[in-house]
Design a protein around this ligand. Structure first.
Ligand code: NAD
Ligand code: UDP
Length: 311
């Protein structure tokens, strides 16, 4: 039985990860400061004999003896990470230093939840891991993008300098049950608006693209990445390569919910990437033929069902 630490374990992705790791007969320690996560995301796990939760902020050191660490703590939606940008940078950078220090001391394997945002507003399409990105270092998204880029640097430096066993996952837009209804990300926003028959807010003209991955596919990718040979560090893209315009997504959600919502247009936020789609060749090769198995329609059915029950 492995003892596994999940930072940000009470968040959307973290809660699915804790659930899966427990199902695979591991002991799980979840730490979270509940900034964007919630106890209700993990309340169904609290009775599990091998599940522990601690309220803890990753900008402070954490001590425990662990075999593996998944470092997910960080607000992920633009409205939340822009709420206190300095704290966002601290969470990514100091959180990485603290967790890498823990990994170094305990000789634990450590996986970083990095992001497609390291590619910024990409000039290369689809995005391959070898692309260095196009990020505005002083824009409103910089606290998140540059924080995550610096975390990748720290991971690589701890690996080279201190032989820490690291894995870097570059996650592309992921959605599913337990997203926060007000977290401002496009899938949850559109579903909540559609279910309430409110206007669907498209930012810009809706021609910008994203590639949406259902959360279960990501979790499978995480576990396979953690299990790769010690000499494979990544970064590796984990995302669904099927690309949609935001307009496509809005129409699909209106149709699937049978909503009376109309579409309205709002200004495109500063530095909003125009296109995004992962090249998943490396993931296929290194993660034992991993690829997303859940289509957007299948994932939306489950996510709409969740919001119908929650709202
Ligand atoms: P989320 O906001 O639901 O989860 C983040 C969790 O981290 C929350 O539970 C929050 O309370 C916790 N947290 C934030 N700051 C903390 C701190 N200082 N100390 C301890 N806990 C803290 O977001 P999510 O979508 O589940 O994202 C999880 C991770 O995956 C994040 O690191 C995010 O950057 C990364 N990621 C997510 C996506 C996506 O599309 N969902 C895409 C790329 C990367
Ligand atoms: N978006 C939108 N309406 C919304 C929320 C988001 O049109 O109510 C757009 C946003 O401008 C971006 C895309 O949807 O172009 C994805 O936004 P999200 O915040 O989900 O993720 P990210 O931009 O970080 O990929």
């Amino acid at each position: 039985m492995k003892r596994i630490l999940v930072t940000g374990g009470a968040g959307f992705i973290g809660s699915h990860l804790c659930e899966r790791l427990l199902k695979e007969d591991n002991e799980v320690i979840c730490i979270d400061n509940y900034f964007t996560g919630a106890k209700k995301n993990i309340v169904h796990l609290l009775d599990h004999k091998y599940f522990e939760v601690t309220r803890h902020d990753v900008t402070m050191p954490f001590f425990a003896e662990v075999d593996e660490i998944y470092n997910l703590a960080c607000p992920a939606s633009p409205i939340h990470y822009q709420y206190n940008p300095i704290k966002t940078v601290k969470t990514s950078v100091m959180g990485a230093i603290n967790m890498l220090g823990l990994a170094k001391r305990t000789k634990a394997k450590i996986l970083q939840a990095s992001t497609s945002e390291v590619y910024g507003d990409p000039t290369v399409h689809p995005q391959h891991e070898s692309y260095w990105g196009n990020v505005n270092p002083i824009g409103i998204r910089a606290c998140y993008d540059e924080g995550k880029r610096c975390a990748e640097t720290l991971f690589m430096d701890y690996h080279v300098q201190n032989k820490v066993n690291i894995k870097i996952a570059r996650i592309f837009n992921t959605y599913g049950p337990r997203m926060h209804p007000n977290d401002g990300r496009v899938v949850s926003n559109f579903i909540v608006q559609a279910l309430n028959n409110q206007d669907i807010t498209i930012y810009g003209d809706g021609t910008q693209t994203r590639s949406f991955q259902y959360v279960d596919d990501l979790i499978e990718g995480f576990l396979r990445l953690m299990d790769t040979n010690d000499d494979f560090t990544g970064p590796v893209n984990i995302g669904n390569p099927k690309e949609f315009t935001i307009m496509n997504l809005a129409n699909k959600i209106i149709e699937m919910t049978g909503s009376k919502s109309k579409i309205t247009y709002k200004p495109l936020p500063e530095d909003d990437p125009i296109q995004r789609k992962p090249d998943i060749g490396l993931a296929r090769k290194m993660l034992n033929n991993w690829e997303p198995g859940i289509t957007l329609e299948q994932g939306l059915v489950k996510t709409i069902d969740y919001f119908q029950k929650t709202l």
